[in-house]
Design a protein around this ligand. Sequence first.
Ligand code: ZN
Length: 190
Amino acid sequence: MNNSEILKIFEDSGALLRGHFKLTSGRHSDIYYEKFTLLKNPKVCTKICKMIADEFSGKDIQTIIGPTLGGVIIAYEVARYLGIEAVYSEPGESGRILKRGFELSPGEKVLIVDDILTTGRSIKEMIELCNSRDADICGIGLMLDRSGGQIKFDYPQYSVGSIDAVSWSPEECPMCKKDEPLTQRGSRVH
Ligand SMILES: [Zn+2]
């Protein structure tokens, strides 16, 4: 499947909306992505997670790690395909931590997964967490790269879909200039 076919899956599921949106930052965008619209749909979510699992299936990965909240669903599902276990990282006082009896061992081959790459902050925090345990990071698997390929890490990185999500200040917004009706959507972009 090519990227536009992937984006069509996101659009058909209702997760990826096109229009004229006011983001919580106050900026305007022609794209709005509501990740939980996709994550609530097992049929679509499973299909996307299988693609991540297939991409890394030859790497002898031992454990999948994903961040709360959306990353838990993806980590679990990718782990299910690969027949291994998943652990989930949670926000700590600084960075991400493992709780609930989860642990990573030195040399453990891990795959980091997340739903959407926007600023890369949660991925960075999970890299730090894995490095703090001397785990062996084999790659990073993402559902959707909203940075359009601009955010890169020093590990094999795979995004099922990629989209360059542009935003403008209201003064610069080309849709405002055309008087297109504005929709307010969504929550804080992580
Ligand atoms: Zn606008």
